[in-house]
Design a protein around this ligand. Structure first.
Ligand SMILES: Cc1cc2nc3c(=O)[nH]c(=O)nc-3n(C[C@H](O)[C@H](O)[C@H](O)COP(=O)(O)OP(=O)(O)OC[C@H]3O[C@@H](n4cnc5c(N)ncnc54)[C@H](O)[C@@H]3O)c2cc1C
Length: 366
């Protein structure tokens, strides 16, 4: 493990969370300041590639990127952050990491393996599970459940796919037109969609294959996948000095410069912030870019004012199998090959790798 001693004369920036926002910030700042990245896993995973990796496990070799592949000039601590003082971040494995500037980027708390190889094996196992099943139950009709249903329906059209969603419409994070178009698309691919019901997982295991819904329906499926929304990655902050800065949804309240309210040297970026906007990776990325510029300015003692974060138009792009997709723009909702052309072929993996300073395809030893 790299030393926790600061690099002489350089200010110390500690980034907690190696997801979309934290990883990009670490990559951007690495040659300018002394950066430490704290993340519970040794890799950054491109989140929008996860469902493709379940139907095509080799896809994950490009979308699971070791932190050390894009972040070579800094230190990575593979652990959960557990507490913050005015000068240090504490981790569950006993590190005390001093900082001059702290950036919290713990968007969502995923329970994933620490090692990249283990995550690759997990995709292989999920793929085998899908291949072996004649019927598959997907629980949850948000972007994860919808994209998984689309991937399976397109790659394995002979399998019976049932999607059960507790809400009254699919993709509740975007508009009703998008929900209706997505429902029609899934139905056209013979996916059975049951809305307004939940599944009692105690009613079945993958063994007996009979699942009971809250509406009393029985669904027969050889296996199931739970695609319910993830918890915010802020539970670790609840006993820290930032506990009063969490809103009722567990999001950190930030000012116009993305600094945690009341703190000059603590920033928050990505999904964890309370900025009123759609929570998307391209926005998390934008938060990281603004914060990188502001940190460089603060650290070099520049005279200009800190840059204000300005949100942009909100857009959402949900992939539906390999060639189609759904795009919600402020003025229109489009489904079919055009959005599919933008996202669904490569799932933005080449683009994201390029942003991280990597080749579109990994070199052999990556
Ligand atoms: C299926 C799906 C498809 C999507 N498609 C798109 C898309 O096409 N385009 C788009 O723009 N967005 C998309 N998104 C949304 C996008 O993935 C999120 O908005 C983005 O990941 C948010 O980035 P983040 O860095 O804030 O948080 P995350 O990416 O959630 O990263 C948080 C990181 O913090 C770490 N962490 C958590 N707790 C701790 C702790 N205590 N200590 C240290 N580390 C911790 C986690 O391990 C993780 O690495 C999609 C999301 C899903 C689920």
């Amino acid at each position: 493990m790299a030393s926790e001693e600061p690099i002489l004369g350089k200010k110390r920036v500690v980034i907690v969370g190696g997801g979309v926002a934290g990883s990009y910030l670490a990559k951007t700042l690495q040659h300018h300041v002394d950066v430490t990245l704290i993340d519970p896993k040794e890799y950054f995973e491109i989140p929008w590639a996860t469902l493709r990796s379940m139907v095509e496990p080799s896809f994950a070799k490009r979308s699971l990127i070791r932190h050390t592949d894009y972040f070579k000039d800094g230190r990575v601590i593979i652990s959960h952050a557990s507490n913050i003082t005015e000068t240090e971040v504490l981790t569950t494995d006993g590190h005390r990491v001093p900082y001059d500037y702290l950036v919290v980027a713990t968007g969502h708390a995923y329970s994933v393996p620490k090692a990249r190889t283990e995550k690759l094996q997990q995709y292989e196992a999920e793929h085998q599970k899908i291949k072996a099943a004649d019927s598959i139950l997907i629980i949850g009709g948000g972007p994860t459940g919808v994209e998984l249903a689309g991937e399976i329906a397109v790659d394995f059209p002979e399998k019976k796919v049932t999607l059960v969603h507790r809400g009254s419409r699919l993709l509740e994070f975007i508009g009703t037109k998008a929900s209706t178009k997505t429902l029609d698309w899934l139905t056209s691919k013979k996916v059975e969609v049951i809305l307004g019901q939940s599944v009692n997982l105690n009613s079945a295991s993958d063994g007996n294959g009979l699942y009971q819904t809250s509406g009393g329906e029985i669904i027969k499926a050889d296996c199931h996948f739970v695609c319910a929304g993830q918890d915010m990655g802020s539970s670790w902050l609840k006993e820290t000095m930032l506990k009063d800065k969490l809103d009722m949804h567990g999001r950190l309240m930030v000012d116009e410069n993305l600094r945690v309210k009341g703190w000059n040297n603590i920033f928050a970026i990505g999904d964890i912030t309370d900025v009123q906007e759609i929570k998307q990776g391209y926005i998390a990325h934008k938060h990281a870019s603004v914060t990188a510029r502001n940190l460089k300015l603060l650290i070099t003692g520049g005279k200009s004012k800190l840059e204000k974060y300005k949100g942009g138009p909100s857009l959402a792009l949900v992939s539906l199998g390999r060639k189609e997709g759904l795009l919600e723009l402020p003025f229109a909702t489009i489904i079919g090959c055009v959005p599919g052309y933008i996202k669904s072929g490569d799932m933005f993996v080449g683009k994201t790798r390029k942003e991280m300073g990597l080749e579109s395809y990994p070199v052999e030893n990556e």
